[in-house]
Ligand binder design. Structure first.
Ligand code: ACO
Length: 376
């Protein structure tokens, strides 16, 4: 029998087809349902992109108004969930709170196991609408502040920022935040999305698939990198310390968070748009020193390792300057990616096949249980 080829990390494996997004590493391009992500970031509200991912088309004015009305009515967390999140240990990472929130929303949904397209779309919209309140609650709690009720007169991004900070910030900040949500929304078969498809393929429920995806996104090699970027920049301290810090870090074989990508080897298609948004945030809020350090590390990494930044690199400092605490960064990524995950869950169910790869065994050769005398 010939030895099968092992694809560690499933690198280069085409696991299925998808009509949701397309990543082309040769041209550094990413499209959602055929639209370039830069085009969407420039022209669309995040709610429109959510509609596009779920339904395959950008909404008409009527469709958007109907979706907005429904979403705005679903923004508040049930009081028992608020109580439960506030009862978690204050040391719990906000990603743990979010994972719990999704799970509890599922347990409280009498239709949890209804996998019909209509029921799953309703659940997707419910999670999309409610997660900003959970993210905002965790940041406010860290600062000793009570959660705020959502405002139905505000768009998604404005309301998210209002619930976190108690006021709607200046338009430049709202726009940069919205751009980050659009860029984070979807990225084909990344680790967390693939996780959600694996769980869905067993015909489990949408909340279980999303809970598992939150767990996958938490890791620093995936979504957790946007928090790790900020920790790195804080550790370095200033632009003039970048060179010395990097040579020590590389000598210690450390991974520099926010750089490199499994698919993009010549640069992440989303970075120029997010870098421009970071520039707008710096213009509105200050942070020139942070930006100088950002540029110095990016140049040094390209020179030393030939590695380009990924989306987490500009997103981390942008969120920091907007006023988010570092542990809130990956939860924001969850709130955005819920759109992509749930679109993939629907696509998986529409043409389901159990995802179950095989492995090449490398353990001990077959043997028998010993029945000899016990050791002395
Ligand atoms: N810093 C230092 N070295 C790196 C980095 C990095 N960020 N990324 C890759 N390398 C090096 C590895 O050490 C390895 O070197 P070696 O061959 O000498 O051992 C080589 O590049 C290949 O690394 P792999 O992990 O095999 O490459 P892969 O394509 O699988 O890695 C990954 C992709 C995991 C994202 C990697 O680049 C990484 O760890 N980056 C840092 C974490 C990060 O930023 N994650 C966010 C991903 S994007 C997102 O979620 C929005």
């Amino acid at each position: 029998m010939s030895t099968p080829t092992v694809h560690r990390g499933l690198a280069g494996v085409v696991a299925d087809t998808t009509g949701i997004s397309s990543v082309n590493p040769d041209t550094n391009s990413l499209t959602y349902r055929g639209y370039a992500v830069q085009d969407l970031a420039e022209h669309c509200r995040f709610e429109e992109v959510a509609h596009l991912l779920w339904h395959g088309e950008l909404p008409t004015a009527e469709q958007l108004a109907a979706q907005d009305a429904e979403e705005r009515g679903l923004r508040a967390l049930p009081p028992d969930l608020v109580g439960l999140l506030l009862a978690l240990p204050p040391t719990a990472h906000p990603m743990d709170s979010l994972r719990t929130a999704v799970s509890v929303l599922g347990a409280n949904d009498p239709g949890e196991d209804d996998n019909s397209p209509a029921a799953n779309h309703a659940k997707s919209l419910r999670l999309f609408a409610a997660l900003p309140a959970a993210v905002a609650l965790t940041q406010r709690r860290r600062r000793g502040l009570l959660p705020l009720e959502p405002r139905a007169d505000l768009g998604y991004a404005e309301n998210f920022l209002y619930m976190t900070f108690g006021e709607v910030p200046e338009p430049a900040i709202v726009r940069a935040f919205e751009i980050s949500l659009v860029l984070y929304a979807e990225h084909s078969f990344n680790a967390s999305t693939f996780t959600s498809r694996v769980v869905t393929s067993t015909l489990s429920d949408l909340y279980s698939a999303v809970t598992a995806a939150v767990g996958a996104l938490k890791g620093p090699l995936h979504g957790g990198a946007n928090e790790a970027v900020m920790a790195t920049l804080a550790e370095i301290g200033s632009a003039d310390r970048v060179e010395g810090w990097l040579s020590r870090a590389l000598a210690e074989k450390r991974r520099i968070m926010g750089f490199g990508h499994r698919v993009y080897k010549h640069g992440d298609s989303r970075v120029p748009t997010m870098r421009a948004a970071l520039g707008e945030v710096v213009e509105a809020r200050g942070g020139e020193d942070l930006l100088a350090m950002y540029e110095a590390l990016a140049s040094a990494m390209l020179r030393e390792k030939g590695l380009h930044p990924n989306l987490d690199y500009p997103a981390g400092p942008a969120y920091h300057l907007m006023g988010f605490d570092t542990p809130t960064f990956t939860p924001i990524f969850v709130a955005a990616r819920i759109t992509g995950w749930t679109a993939h869950i629907a696509e998986q169910l529409a043409r389901n096949s159990l995802i179950r790869p095989t492995s090449l065994y490398t353990g001990p050769a077959e043997r028998r249980v010993g029945r000899g005398a016990p050791p002395a």
